[in-house]
Ligand binder design. Structure first.
Ligand code: VGL
Ligand code: ZN
Length: 204
């Protein structure tokens, strides 16, 4: 059984937002066509409390896009973004969310960030998505959204670790790109066995 997974298509990740992905909004029309095509739609929503530990503003002297050592490993520090209840945390206004059956919120624990839709950044704390997919007999996730090199990549890698067949629709994702991280993300996903496809292959 197939499902479409739309990762973090939120205002703060689009141009004009707090942590803009270059051209992040350009994929919205493509994703809307895919929404028409799939029967099961799952969305994720980055959903941080104010003062979240992934925000540079929570660490004295730190600047956005620097990295620090957290208990669970290296963490990039971000501008404040996707604060619970804010406009920036809302889905892009042109994204068709009507068919979405479940929304997985992540990053809501102040002390830990969560890129992946399956596990938080300690690689242990679960979001519950695997259980949902297994109970609904969903085997294949077609992944789209933001950002290729962070939340998309980690969702795809973890999804394969969890036994799902992960597809990435390459014209329906966009990356942040810190130190060539987009290129690295593609090779990590491909090397692990992700299936790279296009919206054209799926729709026509
Ligand atoms: C993301 C950085 C911080 C993402 C979320 O959606 O890729 N990136 N929070
Ligand atoms: Zn975040």
């Amino acid at each position: 059984m197939n499902a479409l997974l739309i990762v973090d298509l939120q205002n703060d990740f689009c141009p004009g937002g707090a942590l803009p992905v270059p051209d992040g909004d350009a994929i919205v029309p493509v994703i809307n066509r895919l929404v028409d095509h799939f029967d099961i739609i799952i969305q994720t929503q980055d959903w941080h409390p104010a003062g979240h530990s992934s925000f540079a503003s929570s660490h004295a002297g730190a600047k956005p896009y620097e990295t620090i050592d957290m208990e669970y490993g290296i963490q990039v520090l971000w501008p404040d973004h996707c604060v619970q209840g804010s406009y920036g945390a809302e889905f892009h206004p042109l994204l068709n969310t009507n068919k979405t059956q479940v929304i997985i919120r992540k990053g809501f624990r102040k002390e830990i960030d969560s890129y992946s839709t399956f596990f938080e950044n300690d690689q242990k704390t679960t979001t519950g998505l695997s259980g949902y997919l297994n109970q609904r007999k969903i085997t294949d996730l077609f992944t789209v959204g933001l950002a290729t090199d962070f939340c998309v990549k980690w969702s795809v890698l973890d999804g394969m670790n969890e036994g799902f067949t992960m597809h990435v629709i390459k014209d329906a994702v966009k990356g942040i790109n810190l130190d060539a991280s987009v290129e690295k993300a593609w090779s990590e996903m491909i090397n692990k066995g992700a299936n790279i496809t296009t919206s054209e292959e799926i729709l026509y």
